[in-house]
Design a protein around this ligand. Structure first.
Ligand code: CP
Length: 335
């Protein structure tokens, strides 16, 4: 695909070569993400970071990635602090904010809303999550992490065995990740969820059409027994009609060290897009896994900066200029 000026809205827009390009650029961002070097390549550029749903990682890592490339960030968080609360349309908001920004990142609770906004925007828009539809940049950082974790074990993405666990109906990260895996070969995907929270059929069909083996289960211990990656997800309480309904499923698929030791292969990598629900009645990834070297959740979150830096550099067409505007850091960097 042509990255320059493109919106990043869905995994459907990528081919495998595009993913390899993004990952190669993400690799090249490491000295900047680790604060060994500084670049000012986006000096003067402005990111409009618009988050109409709660976020820690996506919002802050988009902002940090833009800052690390030398750009500035303007944020809107929550409907109540935006004129949308006064009835302004997405069209008008997009026309106005794209006049103030060089690129916009947006999260919104309605599926399809970020694409609608992008149609009216005069600058590239990156989808930070639209309802239960997609979270493409999360899927990219997830796959980047999988690639890194497998590489350390002498493997690559083709031939991967992965279990996705939890609320697969509402979890936009797993929808996007499944679509992304369709670009690779010979993947075995085990989908572990209560029947009511199963992966949407169109996503399952897509995996099968790509030639992948799909196993559907509601048994956590069997589901995680022969996989390279156990990818846990949160019950997406905000997508249920009531908290009581979400409570029916909360805590159903808890993974802790003793279950891991008993049922997983020795080097199974544990992933989660985060936030993990660590309340006592959920505890979907127990704190007793925190010292497990195969718990990759914080490496995964760190990788969000690299992948988002790569996307900004590609979309704003500065990949070849990043080093030209760089210097060593002045301060102590303990990373
Ligand atoms: N993974 C993710 O989207 O986290 P946030 O909701 O904190 O952005």
């Amino acid at each position: 695909m042509e990255f320059t000026g493109a919106h990043i809205l869905s995994i459907n827009q990528f081919e495998r070569a595009d993913i390899e390009r993004i990952f190669a650029v993400a690799d090249s961002m490491e000295p900047y993400a680790l604060r060994r070097k500084v670049t000012r390549v986006l000096e003067g550029a402005i990111l409009g970071n618009m988050f109409f749903e709660p976020s820690t990682r996506t919002r802050v890592s988009f902002g940090a990635a833009f800052n690390l490339l030398g750009g500035e960030v303007r944020e809107t968080t929550g409907f109540e602090s935006s004129a949308i609360a006064k009835g302004e349309s997405l069209y008008d908001t997009a026309r106005v904010l794209s006049g103030y920004s060089d690129v916009i990142c947006m999260r919104h609770p309605m599926s399809g809303s970020v694409a609608e906004f992008a149609e009216a925007s005069r600058v590239p828009v990156l989808n930070g999550g639209d309802g239960s539809n997609e979270h493409p940049t999360q899927a990219l950082l997830d796959l980047y992490t999988i690639r890194q974790e497998l590489f350390d074990k002498g493997r690559n993405i083709d031939g991967l065995r992965i279990a996705m666990i939890g609320d697969l109906k509402h979890g936009r990260t797993v929808h996007s990740l499944c679509k992304l895996l369709c670009l690779f070969n010979n993947i075995q995907v085990t989908l572990v969820s209560p029947n009511e929270l199963a992966m949407p059929e169109n996503v399952v069909d897509m995996l099968r059409e790509a030639g992948h083996e799909v196993i559907i289960s509601d048994d956590l211990t069997r589901g995680i027994s022969s996989v390279d990656i156990a990818y846990s997800t949160r019950i997406q309480e905000e997508r249920f009609s009531s908290k009581d309904e979400a409570d029916l499923y909360r805590g159903r698929f808890r993974l802790n060290q003793s279950i891991y030791t008993k049922f997983c292969e020795p080097n199974t990598v544990i992933m989660h897009p985060l936030p993990r629900d660590s309340r006592e009645d959920a505890n979907e990834l127990d704190n007793d896994l925190n010292q497990n070297p195969n718990l990759a959740i914080f490496r995964q979150a760190d990788n969000g900066v690299l992948v988002r830096m790569a996307l900004f550099a590609l979309v704003l067409d500065v990949v070849d200029q990043v080093d030209k505007y760089s210097r060593d850091v002045n301060w102590y960097s303990g990373r």
